[in-house]
Design a protein around this ligand. Structure first.
Ligand code: PLP
Length: 417
């Protein structure tokens, strides 16, 4: 019998037997309230009947038809349907399997489209673990440790995390944009930069909302210098933040390339990049993608997911329940010195734990996370130092389930602190 690799280190002892809506049932049939959604993936809840039916029907019809040989209906229909939710002008889509692959596809596309070598990413960002995506990632030392040399042609600029700078958002944005301009005029000459890549909300980096003024500043500089603006919506897309795309919180900003994955197919491995045709056609067939990209079952599940998200009002539900959740988490944080900050945008809620002198406190976050799991509330940690506990329930979460989560969270805080 093969042993599990030590790489498969799980944060809770839960052995999942089945999932239903926002709940996971373990092998003893104990119910856990899942506020992780498989790291923001099962946005329609576990095993939504419409997604299950679409996938089952597709399995019985055509499981795999590779797009370099035969095109298939689920992929064509999905591309068509995505047109309903993509911003005007972003009219071309390409499919891969995971967030990291889509990130790499966007980097290749940016270099192919501009003929420039440099990609500018931001401190604390997370874009995945494949070698190219890891090269853009700085949100955790362990992701890059021991795997170098990294892919070249990547440069980093400061990210406007106002809470950590200890300044107002306005001051932080002004500082970061000035530093960006300094880099574009010196160490990363603008004429060499193919793209900026940024998350509308830092995900793994600690659930930090990218200020609208910063995204607007990037858009303006991208236009000025012929640089592409890539938004990594792997975690923030498909309604998660209370708007369909996370970048839509920044008025007037239309990206050049959108990366989507996670919530796209309710748990089936699927990702995509979307861009205006004029950009996409600068890449050439055979230079991108892989054997399983745009798998038929995954595309069918994505079509059903999109239908559920739109017809069941899940984007609005994410906004409403997100506001309730963050307000409840703020109330529960009253008088707890170990909680330095509570942040939320839609159903992405983060609680930052700090030491008495305000430093990131990963140990306390881990304690609270474990205490929540003991109560039957599944959560995740994130942040550069693992000091943020995050809540990402499925977008179908009800008001009663938010109350249930808040009650369990309060008990966890009492037990852990
Ligand atoms: N980009 C962002 C913003 C992510 O949050 C993630 C995963 O968490 C990725 C990319 C990588 O996605 P995957 O794990 O599917 O490769």
């Amino acid at each position: 019998m093969a042993q599990l690799s030590p790489l498969l280190k799980q944060a809770t002892p839960v052995q999942a037997a089945r999932g239903e809506g926002v709940y996971i049932y373990d092998t003893e049939d104990r119910r856990h309230l899942d506020f992780t959604a498989g790291i923001g993936v099962t946005s329609t809840g576990h095993c939504h009947p419409k997604v299950v039916k679409a996938a089952q029907d597709q399995v019985a019809t055509l499981i795999h038809g590779q797009y370099t040989t035969v095109m298939h209906q689920p992929l064509l229909k999905l591309a068509d349907k995505l047109g309903e939710v993509l911003p005007d002008g972003i009219d071309s889509v390409f499919f891969t399997n995971s967030g990291s692959e889509a990130v790499e596809a966007s980097v290749r596309l940016a270099r192919q489209a501009t003929g420039r070598p440099l990609i500018m990413a931001f401190d604390g960002g997370f874009h995945g673990r494949t070698m190219g995506a890891a090269a853009l990632t700085t949100s955790g030392a362990k992701i890059r440790a021991g795997i170098g040399p990294m892919m070249g042609g990547v440069t980093f600029a400061p990210y406007p995390f106002a809470y950590r700078y200890g300044w107002t958002e306005e001051q932080t944005v002004a500082f970061c944009l000035a530093e960006l301009d300094r880099q574009l005029a010196s160490t990363a000459p603008a004429s060499d930069v193919a793209a900026f890549i940024i998350e509308p909300v830092l995900g793994e980096g600690g659930y930090v909302r990218t200020p609208a003024a910063f995204l607007q500043g990037l858009r303006e500089r991208a236009d000025r210098h012929g640089i592409l603006l890539i938004v990594d919506e792997v975690q923030t897309g498909f309604g998660r933040t209370g708007k369909f795309w996370g970048h839509q919180h920044a008025e007037g900003v239309t990206p050049d390339v959108i990366i989507t994955a996670k919530g796209l197919a309710s748990g089936f491995p699927l990702s995509a990049i979307a861009a205006p045709k004029a950009i996409m056609e600068k890449a050439w067939p055979g230079s991108q993608g892989g054997t399983y990209g745009g798998n038929a079952v995954a595309c069918a599940a994505a079509l059903a997911t999109l239908d559920v998200v739109l017809t069941e009002g899940l984007v609005e539900n994410a906004r409403v329940q997100g506001e309730k959740l963050v307000a409840g988490v703020r109330d529960a944080a009253q008088g707890i010195a170990a909680i330095g900050d509570v942040r939320g945008i839609g159903l992405m809620v983060g609680v930052e734990f700090v030491t008495a002198d305000g430093k990131p406190d990963g140990a306390t976050a881990a304690k609270v996370h474990a205490a929540a799991a003991e109560q039957g509330l599944l959560l995740l940690t994130c942040g550069v130092y693992g000091n943020v506990v995050r809540m990402i329930p499925a977008l179908i979460v009800t008001s009663e389930q938010v109350d249930e989560g808040l009650a369990l969270w309060t008990k966890a805080l009492n037990n852990a602190l």
